[in-house]
Design a protein around this ligand. Sequence first.
Ligand SMILES: N[C@@H](CCC[C@H](N)C(=O)O)C(=O)O
Length: 277
Amino acid sequence: MLLHFTKMHGLGNDFMVVDLVTQRARFDEACIRQLADRHFGIGFDQLLVVEPPRDPDMDFRYRIYNADGSEVENCGNGARCFARFVCDQRLTHKREIRVETQGGQLTLVIEDDGRVRVNMGAPRFAPADVPFDATEDRPLHDIVVDGETLQVGVVSMGNPHAVLQVDDVDNAPVETLGPKIESHPCFPRRVNAGFMQVVSRHAVRLRVFERGAGETLACGTGACAAVASGIRRGLLESPVDVELPGGTLTLEWAGDGEPLFMTGPAVRVFDGRVPLG
Ligand SMILES: N[C@@H](CCC[C@H](N)C(=O)O)C(=O)O
């Protein structure tokens, strides 16, 4: 069987997007890993699968799989590409789209300039919500990596994030420390590890070592987590521009309990067909 797919990206965080509203397919972990392979497959950071909603108040359900085959709760850059995709494919005529994900419901609006603004929901900091192994909810927690104590902000954007402040993101040890934070025993479901350099009260630079995908050119939920953690710690003020290796996202957050809004681009690269067993 030949499966139609679309290759997309949000600031270089790249996706294989599949419409399972009009097609049928099943993906197991081995199949996803093979498709994600940049030498022997299509190559992507995440697979996004668009399905009919289960909840009648929603327009779609969209599922997200990391390149390692694990299914995850949320993906910020993916959400914007999902919105662009369902419009381009004429799966909806709405400009405001409501979608269910494993991490909760999202509302997405396609703006006149083609960018997508996403209501990402309220960031959560309670350790049990991340999940993170601690009893108290604090702006910073200590974790020990290779005998060194690091201070991280822990945040759930539906998916788990640890945010570490660094002086110079270009020279941050993302490749070496990233995987150790990702699989640190204090994070029972692993974690996305963000390295944030504060540039001003309205600007940060960020690199993210993503759970299940490694360092990517951009991580939307990572940007949300960094800004939420930075505002909570009194380092930042909304709106905040987040400069990632692949480009810049704009984040707005009014504070505790309020939803966080992310605005950025979503780009279609090409359409293709791939045999699926
Ligand atoms: N690239 C994403 C996040 C994708 C999921 C993440 N790797 C996880 O495992 O939680 C984004 O743009 O948010």
